[in-house]
Design a protein around this ligand. Structure first.
Ligand code: SAH
Length: 366
């Protein structure tokens, strides 16, 4: 599986688009907002009222979350400037990065709407803002040396650069699970460690001395990746696919060769990697939770009859459909997601599942 070519959230604004089904990720943005604000305030005052602030959102995807994030960044800078009594707004430049197949067109359309609002007389005090799209993997260099003041990334860095190379088959699973061979777990862990180190090395060259990063990733609660305490929704996808194999709709080898390129890190794995790489100092590391039923949001399609699981099913489809489609093909895709959603719905009717989020705020050492 060529991850950089195949990984993307569903584009556009259709029923299964990321735009329409990313309430859970939006909730995470609001949970972590205070950490972003604190980092920006430190940065702004330490830089002694800079004339220009250059920021980057890595793994921005497309849709309302991207706009929410940029408006949060712009408003925060403006509020901090007023709070610190500085007269002139800085010029703000925000780079929006994602893999090349991301739906950048939808972002650019939404940004032009946002910019129109920014220039209305009521917001005449808004700072001058500039935006650019930067296609490419954040596991490679994306920006000029020492050119970025602030890096933000939410719910993106758990995606790996590739499916880990496995010496044994991850039979009956599509991700780490309590029935996965130990070698599979090790391969996942090592892939995350290598990728995250590469990410840090690249950003260390691009972030100015004293610059900040706030990174939020989907993580896990228990140190042992196979502990039942860690909840991976991918088990429910594996169950749907296994049923389809048993009923003869999907070939067994197809399932055996499919694994999700993602890793739920344990907080210490994140902090250890930052310390090992050595260019950034950890200001804070916080763990938060978000209920799966946050995927319901203000979804107009939501009805009690469909149940909470229906929306989480759509959220997972918006995230995973391109990967599943490229591997299993058009003919089974509908059925896979009907079954996956049913499994999510059943699970949510008995449990109150939550995602664990790890947010780390760091400063580039001088
Ligand atoms: N930050 C947004 C989107 C999260 S979805 C939000 O909070 O809602 C995760 C995004 O990360 C996807 O758009 C995916 O394409 C992107 N992504 C995954 N791996 C990436 C990589 N190596 N480089 C850049 N973007 C990546």
């Amino acid at each position: 599986m060529e991850v950089p070519k195949l990984l993307r959230m569903n584009g556009g604004d259709g029923t299964y688009s990321y735009s329409k089904n990313s309430f859970l990720q939006r909730k995470v943005l609001s949970i972590t907002r205070p950490i972003v604000e604190e980092a920006l305030e430190t940065l702004y005052s330490e830089m002694k009222f800079p004339k220009t602030m250059i920021m980057a959102d890595l793994g921005c995807s497309s849709g309302p979350n991207t706009i929410l994030l940029i408006s949060d960044l712009v408003n925060s800078i403006e509020n901090i400037r007023l709070k610190l009594g500085h007269e002139k707004s800085p010029n703000i430049h925000i780079h929006l990065n994602d893999l090349p197949h991301n739906d950048f067109n939808t972002i650019f359309l939404l940004i032009s709407e946002y910019q129109k609002k920014l220039t209305l007389p009521a917001s005449s005090s808004s700072p001058p803002c500039y935006f650019s799209g930067v296609p490419g993997s954040f596991y490679t260099r994306l920006f000029l040396d020492k050119s970025i003041h602030f890096v933000h990334s939410s719910y993106s860095l758990m995606w790996l650069s590739q499916v880990p190379e496995m010496s044994e088959t991850n039979k009956g699973n599509v991700y780490m699970s309590d029935t996965s061979p130990r070698s599979v777990i090790k391969a996942y862990r090592e892939q995350f460690q290598n990728d995250f180190l590469m990410f840090l090395k690249c950003r260390a060259q691009e972030v100015v001395d004293g610059g900040h990063m706030v990174l939020t990733i989907l993580g896990r609660r228990n140190e042992d990746p196979c502990s039942k305490e860690n909840l991976y929704s991918w088990d429910l996808l594996a169950a749907a696919l296994t049923d389809m194999v048993n009923e003869g709709h999907i070939e067994e080898e197809k399932l055996e060769s499919f694994n999700i390129p993602l890793y739920h890190a344990y907080a210490k794995e994140v902090s250890d990697a930052i310390e090992e790489e050595g260019s950034f100092m950890i200001d804070c590391l916080k763990i938060s939770e978000v209920n799966w039923d946050a995927s319901t949001g203000e979804n107009p399609d939501f009805s009690q009859e469909n149940g909470q699981g229906y929306n989480m099913g759509k959220c997972m489809r918006a995230v995973a459909e391109p990967l599943v489609l490229s591997h299993f093909g058009e003919s089974v895709i509908e059925e896979v997601f009907v079954r996956f959603t049913n499994n999510i719905r059943n699970f949510m009717s008995k449990h109150n599942p939550k995602n664990v989020n790890i947010t780390v705020s760091v400063t580039r050492k001088r």
